[in-house]
Design a protein around this ligand. Sequence first.
Ligand code: DLL
Length: 428
Amino acid sequence: MPYNEIEAADRSEIRERQNERLRETVRNAYENVPFYREQMDEMGVGPADIETIEDITKLPTTTKEDFRDEYPDGLFAVDHSEVRRIHASSGTTGKPKIVAYTEDDLDVWKEAMARSLAAAGVTEDDLVQNAYGYGLFTGGAGLQQGAETLGAALLPIGGGDTEKQLEMMTDLGSDALACTPSYSLYIAEHAEEQGIDPRDLPVSTVIFGAEPCTDPMREEIERRLDVNGIDLYGLSEIVGPGVSIECHEAQDGLHVWEDRFYPEVVDPATGEPVEEGEEGELVLTTLNKDALPVLRYRTGDMTSLNYEECECGRTMVRMDNVTGRSDDLLIVRGINLYPSQIEDTILEIDDVAPHYRIDLYEQDNLDVIELTVEQAEDAERGKDQLQEVVADRLDSVLAFTPDSLEIVDPGAIARTEVGKVQRVYDHR
Ligand code: DLL
């Protein structure tokens, strides 16, 4: 059952709202954010040129560099007295991206997260254990507000302290666990170490996000913990978690709350829209953010859109799960490869644990790629034999041969308890 009727409304009604809200957003951005006014003036477009959502391609795009250039508050459209909350997203380099919310913006976010949790199958009777980080990261606060708005109970435990996670989960009977996919596997591993079968834990749903999760990784989570894995997507620049989520009924693509956040998919190289269903870079426009209206944000996340009605009855467009970013692309001796393709390929192999790392170096002006893969605890093959199998599989599926391939002992690759897992280390 959708949380809000609009989720299953006629497409024409959704379109109507998008048209109206796009006009308001563009007016707000043009009148109150000098950055957008300058861009639009330069392109010769004004708010009067934007009547329907089809006109969106006339608008300028926004990039993460724009957030950095306008640091800290150059993109704010309201006076500081109207700001109720600030979050920040830290990249690996440079200044964080600062994002702000008015009271109304927080309400939009809460409602989007309540819709998301309802779509994940969470009800008022459930306890959600929130193991996303609190603080400047949007994960902790986003899940918390959503669960409370929905009327579910929430345990604000935050990331880390895995011992405590297991204790509370068992004692309180948490129904859902919200955390990154890698942390859910870490919890499973930790339980096993303590002699607890993770399948006996009370959790029946894991709401994972903030990191890519390939199909074999999801299967591993679902199998190890005996849960339904629900993929939750979002980003600080647009709102935080709650831009889109899989429904528990179909688990077939993530419904984008497109009356609030309008999605387009473009060719990452040219910025031109791709055909429906084709893969490209996700571009998002906020339709209901007053403090920080964002026009056509180039997310860098690769996906495709599917407008077919879902078996759950929701009519809102679905995006494919995001397993790669346009800027993650590895170009190794002429072969273009996403780290997720490596993950997809190696995790299909029995005896491989869902832990690996990719190290990139430069030697004599050439890129060198080293792959380290962890052996599963219950592996039947020895390391040498496993190494051959992994090398063969990478070659036959991806036509890829790493410069070095090492199989390491179970547990040898460092785990991430708090924050996002890092798999690619670029030393160039
Ligand atoms: O990660 C918000 C979030 C919190 C989403 C909790 C889901 C759950 P940022 O730190 O700004 O915000 O990072 C956003 O993380 O552009 C994607 O590259 C990646 N990402 C987020 N969710 C997913 C997902 C939060 N479900 C960036 N699958 C995004 C793959 C994801 N990548």
